[in-house]
Design a protein around this ligand. Structure first.
Ligand SMILES: [Zn+2]
Length: 406
């Protein structure tokens, strides 16, 4: 069996999938808007959104096409095996040169598209705040940073693999497990490093939030406002803390955007997630996904024979990384994400129902409408797009579920 042919077929399937995906996003703007969300945007805003989305998506389709063609040519003509020969026979040097070559090719392919996207499209709709100079500087900074990180990771991996052999699978899995667990507990700490927190002043909102939590068997430790507006206009609220004692965090953006009743409603939804242990479930599923990826990656790396189909004499770790990151992971994601998303959407409905049970049906609906407007959400996505990439059900379906009779 020729692994090169298999790789080319997988890359082509991924490309077709991306194009179908983009096509449905592109055509969503002309789908009729459901009755229950007609009031989210006024007609001018909606028109602007529709033009912006279709222009962006069309541009992305061209970019996808060029990237696909370039990657296919690199594989078909064994360019990576050729690049490897320009350095001395050293497993680290060979891996790093192949990786640098690939990053540079991507950089050259993407920079024109990125430039057009930021300076022409984003500017046209008033989102861009970057100048030519900043744009170039940012791109170069990103390239250097990404090269630095990847070369570091690649070298560390090769070193570990040569030292531990197939044990690396076990070591990697363990490390990852600790990492995911770490994120789970470290998130609140990290948030504290990057943001400023101030206590929410005494008042109705504070009392209502406290009442909601105590009523559901939780103890409130502190309620704080985070300066999320410094980075993004996205509004949010969450709660953290182990066991029954909880800290509530509200973004300052949500305080500006919503009424007290709506904030409590959004919070009741979050509380629903807490009651159903949803965050943990989400984490467990991604962990499973990561283990599948590690296992298949290990199969690739431990089967040196396959590398000969790509004209290499010995295993090139840089090339193995390229295949894993550009073929294996996207392919596994393409299969597992729709499953994960469908579970996630079910959990969202359940959390909405919890907020409804607490008496916040109307406030949640108006709060969600404001969030959608604020985030420039698509009101009428195609079912294919929902299935493949929506972790939350689209607004109109959430409202329909909330308004359905008990
Ligand atoms: Zn949710």
């Amino acid at each position: 069996m020729d692994y090169k042919i298999i790789a080319l077929i997988l890359v082509t399937i991924l490309f077709i999938y991306q194009i179908i995906n983009k096509y449905f996003i592109f055509t969503a703007v002309s789908r009729p808007i459901p009755e229950n969300v007609r009031d989210v945007y006024d007609i001018t805003t909606y028109q602007k959104w529709a033009e912006y989305t279709s222009e962006k998506t069309q541009h992305k389709i061209y970019q996808e096409l060029v990237s696909y063609a370039v990657f296919m040519l690199l594989i078909i003509f064994n360019v990576f095996a050729f690049v490897e020969k320009i350095v001395v026979d050293n497993v680290y040097a060979k891996a790093i040169i192949v990786w640098i070559f690939f990053e540079l090719v991507n950089f050259i392919v993407d920079i024109g598209f990125e430039y057009f996207d930021t300076m022409k499209i984003e500017s046209k709709y008033g989102f861009n705040k970057t100048s030519n100079k900043t744009f170039i500087a940012d791109q170069i900074k990103n390239l250097i940073l990404s090269l630095g990180i990847m070369i570091g990771l690649l070298s560390a991996f090769i070193g570990l693999y040569l030292w531990l052999g197939d044990f690396i699978l076990l070591a990697f899995s363990l490390l990852l497990f600790l990492f995911v667990l770490g994120i789970f507990f470290l998130m609140p700490l990290l948030a504290k490093i990057f943001n400023k927190f101030t206590p929410l002043p005494e008042g109705q909102l504070r009392t209502k939030l406290e009442e909601l939590l105590t009523k559901n068997g939780y103890k409130v430790n502190e309620i704080k406002v985070m300066d999320g507006s410094r980075r993004s206009s996205k509004a949010n609220a969450y709660f953290s803390g182990l066991g029954k004692t909880k800290n509530i965090v509200l973004y300052d953006t949500i305080l500006e955007l919503m009424t007290e009743e709506e904030i409590v409603a959004v919070f009741a939804h979050e509380l629903g997630h807490g009651k159903n242990k949803d965050i943990l479930k989400g984490y467990l599923f991604s962990l499973l996904q990561i283990f599948i990826i590690i296992f298949i990656s290990w199969l690739i790396i431990s089967r040196v024979i396959f590398i000969q189909d790509f004209a290499f004499e010995k295993l090139n770790y840089g090339f193995a990384f390229i295949l894993i990151l550009n073929v294996v992971i996207p392919f596994i994601n393409m299969i597992t994400l729709p499953i994960a998303n469908s579970f996630s959407r079910k959990r969202e409905y359940k959390a909405d129902m919890f907020a409804r049970k607490e008496g916040y049906q109307e406030a949640l609906i108006s709060g969600l409408k404001k969030l959608s407007r604020n985030n420039y959400a698509c009101l009428n996505p195609h079912p294919f797009t929902i299935c493949m990439s929506y972790t939350h059900p689209p607004l109109s379906q959430r409202i329909a579920a909330l308004e359905k009779e008990m």
